[in-house]
Design a protein around this ligand. Structure first.
Ligand SMILES: N[C@@H](CCC(=O)N[C@@H](CS)C(=O)NCC(=O)O)C(=O)O
Length: 248
């Protein structure tokens, strides 16, 4: 049974339309407020001026995702009910429908490489820093106490139990790298800066790699370790440009 569900839950564009999952007739994104992968999509939607609805998902129980076989955020549901799963797929889907300004997946090796980097390396590196102690984890989860659609019980559980879970995730992510979390993030920012080609990864205009990596770093703004982004000679300038472009 568990296996069946795993097989059915696939990334990318889904065959079955789910127009009943739209909110207010607008393209709708299911997300967690602080999710790095969701920020990628928010940044692209912002830069293209696309109006959309947001459904805040309870990070512990994921009650608002019970309808979907894909049990992660972000999930994007387009105006016609098309469901798209997984952040990099969603970036390509939205670009494709709105001007086709980036190379498609498989058309540009550098873009593909840095989009993969955002998930496989940068996303894991920031989690190791943000959730490096129980108290930094509580700080990162404090936002749940301000989410209107969560009950009081859900807010408390998400904050205090969520922090224990995320501290464990932080520990496991830290084990993936040779360097300690802060030193590793510094190293990864140095690596990433080599991919910026003048102004953006995409050259004069941002491409999928810009939105993918910006979204990941944007999710740590105000949290433990963001000083490394602000203090980085190359990344801080690029970050400012992306923030200006996306309005996120
Ligand atoms: N590869 C996915 C990763 C998404 C992901 O891991 N999202 C996290 C939130 S930051 C999630 O939904 N976790 C809940 C879970 O895995 O149960 C993407 O890029 O969208």
């Amino acid at each position: 049974m568990g296996k069946d569900l795993e097989i059915k839950a696939v990334s990318g564009v889904q065959e079955t339309l789910v127009p009943e999952r739209l909110v207010g007739g607008l393209p709708t994104m299911y997300c967690f407020e602080t999710c790095p992968f969701c920020f990628k999509v928010k940044a692209l939607l912002g830069s293209r001026g696309i109006e959309y609805s947001k459904v805040e998902v309870d990070p512990t129980f994921k009650t608002q995702l019970k309808w979907s076989e894909w049990a992660k955020v972000p999930i994007f549901v387009d105006k016609d009910g098309t469901q798209v799963n997984d952040s990099n797929h969603i970036l390509h889907y939205i670009d494709n429908k709105n001007g086709n300004l980036f190379p498609k997946a498989g058309e540009d090796q550098d873009q593909d490489h840095w989009m993969d980097f955002s998930n496989n390396v940068l996303g894991k590196s920031i989690v190791a820093v943000i959730y490096s102690t129980y108290w930094t984890s509580v700080g990162a989860l404090d936002y749940v106490t301000r989410v209107d659609n969560f009950s009081r019980a859900s807010r408390l559980i998400n904050k205090w139990m969520g922090a224990i879970i995320m501290r464990m995730v932080g520990k496991s992510r830290a084990k993936m790298f040779d360097l300690p979390p802060r030193e590793n993030l510094q190293y990864q920012l140095d690596e990433m800066s080599k991919g910026i080609n003048g102004k953006f990864f995409g050259g004069l205009e941002p491409n999928g790699a810009d939105f993918a990596n910006y979204g990941i770093l944007r999710s740590m703004q105000g949290l433990n370790g963001f000083d490394l982004v602000e203090g980085h000679a190359v990344i801080s300038d690029w970050y400012g440009l992306m923030q200006h472009r996306s309005g996120v």
